[in-house]
Ligand binder design. Structure first.
Ligand SMILES: [Zn+2]
Ligand SMILES: [Zn+2]
Length: 138
């Protein structure tokens, strides 16, 4: 069954099928900026399981903290970043969990790891059982 999501204004619609490859919180400073929050909540989905259902996201590319270029795909009308792609995640699409339609998605899926934990804000405790990494997984 496909899980669907969309941006704030719903002009861009996406979906994925199957189980995500992984699910991580990211505490890097880019994820703070992109999300407008204090961390990113990301699922990594094989690109063959990902579909852009509607709309045409704009893109912006930047060199990430890890040194590889990463591209954000966002809605040009409402500004929501829906996903990211880049050579650090070959053949995969990183979906921002907050865009999923199911409001319970984050309750049903616990992140398996946390990245850039050195930048974690004090407000957030480590998730019990989740791998704690200082950078990207190697
Ligand atoms: Zn939008
Ligand atoms: Zn990040």
């Amino acid at each position: 069954m496909a899980q669907e999501g969309g941006c704030f204004c719903d002009k861009i619609r996406i979906s994925y099928t199957g189980e995500p490859g992984t699910h991580v919180l990211c505490h890097c400073l880019d994820c703070r900026k992109i999300s407008g929050s204090s961390y990113g909540n990301n699922i990594v989905v094989p690109e063959n399981n990902f579909k852009l259902l509607q709309g045409k996201p704009k893109t912006i590319s930047k060199t990430a903290d890890g040194g590889n270029e990463i591209t954000s795909h966002f809605c040009g009308d409402c500004g929501t970043t829906l996903m990211r792609t880049g050579p650090s995640f070959p053949g995969s699409v990183i979906i921002k969990v907050g865009v999923m339609d199911d409001p319970d998605w984050p309750n049903k899926n616990t992140p398996k790891g946390e990245l850039y934990v050195g930048s974690r804000v004090k407000l957030h405790d480590a998730i019990p059982g989740a791998a704690q990494m200082r950078g990207m997984p190697s």
